[in-house]
Design a protein around this ligand. Structure first.
Ligand code: PNS
Length: 169
């Protein structure tokens, strides 16, 4: 054991950041000295928000929290975690539905690098049903994402809708 600060990486697509993510980030930041929210740069996906927008949303939400950093990565998560000298990778576990995928990913990451430990955190029941995929679906159909995403996401979506309405006027 050393007294070195314990850093954890919370990786994901965060497209968009949801209140479920915020909950897990808050929980993880209480367990580690420093938490890096690591956004995967994945050019294959067609995202709701660009990587820069997603990064600035997360930075805005956690602006008052110096122990929470936002970064981007590409390539293998284990390589990024090693580069950051992370003690752990944090993932949220919402339901049994997440379990197979998350176990496979954690086991694969352990196979790739036995030093990378995955820590699963469960979100509050009130936000455990939220997923970025469903939020995107609601947005695509013009529904309300009130209570599902932070203000910073809502504000950008409203701005976007306003611009689209003005274009079509
Ligand atoms: O928010 P997501 O999309 O569920 O996050 C998935 C993520 C980014 C954690 C995962 O796709 C990932 O780690 N990608 C990087 C590439 C990698 O290391 N793949 C092997 C993991 S088995």
């Amino acid at each position: 054991m050393t007294d070195a600060p314990r850093l954890a990486v919370f990786p994901g697509s965060f497209d968009p950041l949801t209140l479920g993510h915020v909950d897990v980030i808050e929980r993880a930041s209480r367990l580690f000295d420093r938490l890096v929210v690591a956004l995967l740069v994945n050019p294959a996906k067609s995202p709701l928000f660009s990587v820069d927008e997603r990064k600035s949303i997360i930075q805005e939400v956690f602006a008052s929290r110096p122990s929470i950093e936002v970064d981007t990565f590409d390539g293998l998560l284990v390589d990024y975690a090693r580069r950051r000298r992370a003690t752990a990778v944090v993932r949220g576990l919402r339901s049994g539905g997440d379990l197979d995928y998350e176990l496979a990913m954690a086991s694969m990451n352990r196979h790739l690098d036995a030093d990378v430990e995955t820590v699963f955190l469960t979100p509050s029941p009130g936000v455990a049903f939220i997923s970025s995929r469903l939020v995107k679906e609601i947005v695509a159909h013009g529904g309300s994402v009130d209570g599902l995403v932070p203000e910073a996401v809502q504000a950008r979506l409203l701005r976007r809708r306003g611009a689209a309405t003005r274009r079509n006027a």
